[in-house]
Design a protein around this ligand. Sequence first.
Ligand code: T4K
Length: 368
Amino acid sequence: MTNKPIYVTQPQLPKLEELIPYLENIWESKILTNNGPYHQQLEQALCEYLGVKHIALFTNGTVALVTALQTLRITGEVITTPYSFVATSHSLLWNAIKPGFVDIDPITLNLDPDKIEAAITPQTTAIMPVHCYGHPCDVDRIQKIADNYGLKVIYDAAHAFGVQCHSGSVLNHGDLSVLSFHATKVFNTFEGGAIVCPDTKTKQRVDHLKNFGFVDETIVVAPGINGKMSEFNAALGLLQLKGIDEALQKRKAIDAQYREGLAGVKGIHCLSDAGEKVANYAHFPILVRPEYPLNREALYQKLRDNGIYARRYFYPLISDFPMYRGLASAAQSNLPVASKAASEVICLPIYPALSSEQVDSVIELLVS
Ligand code: T4K
């Protein structure tokens, strides 16, 4: 039994004293929200860091997803993955859109491009894939299908902060990409999120929608929501950016340690990358296969009994929750790969402050 519990993640935080000058400025200016100076600075800084043209900050990733769908006026049906956090599909239901679940690729666990076309109906207007665990989807093939059928693509990029694929930032693919800056993410602002937009016109529409639809004091152009990030969260984000490269290096080292320690363990499959040029090591998922002496549930419990609070992301599948399971596309027979992955996966702890000894203690439990 390890002394202190080890959770699947732990947020990275700057030194508290470094935050104080930012707070003093906020207290002095009395600008707490509504596109204040820190908000503007963080949008600019993130565009530069991530290599994207426009970013609109949000209170969280879920409201950003809901707003992204509103931005492009998506209706009808949207093709998506069942192997994700519920927020992905919930954003569709909040827009009265019917999810069309499509199975995932067995190697990357991302939406399988081979299966998308068969799921397109006359009502389909968009595809919402997820860069699961920060591993890029097959963006080129997905775009080709979208172009052929006249569909929009909105990426749920909640896990994909800083990830680069063959063509640079993965966030530049699709019509919009949505980030989460939740406490559990690679880059956090406590709560937060963003929409990455390709042009000023789209960014302007997003900015209206996240501010109730206001264009100016008297003009409201859409039934917008309140999705604005506060100055506190934005200031924290500016500080967090200073530590992000070091945090990513630490994650990379932990990833390497797990891979080395688990390489010879029969029945434990470490998910490989999806060919990204720059990875972010957001999660460390393993698949517990039949050759392993314990099944997934028994291993999950063994870890817990030893103070390791690993998580079964993503089990159950979204399509198995009550508000989705009545859909024809939610049938397990339609989603064999996702169903298998959901029954085998365990995400091991990975975060910058996790020591090499702690990683060893997790590996030891898996090996013994
Ligand atoms: N799309 C995708 C693909 C997503 O994964 C998510 C969120 C979203 C969209 C929506 O974005 P946001 O609206 O959240 O911005 C967590 C997170 O709450 C959620 O943000 C995340 N995905 C999901 C994968 O995981 P839980 O219920 O598993 O979190 P929780 O509270 O059990 O936290 C896990 C562990 O992290 C805890 O055991 C301890 C540690 N922790 C957590 C928090 C919140 C801390 O040490 N400090 C903290 O403040 O959902």
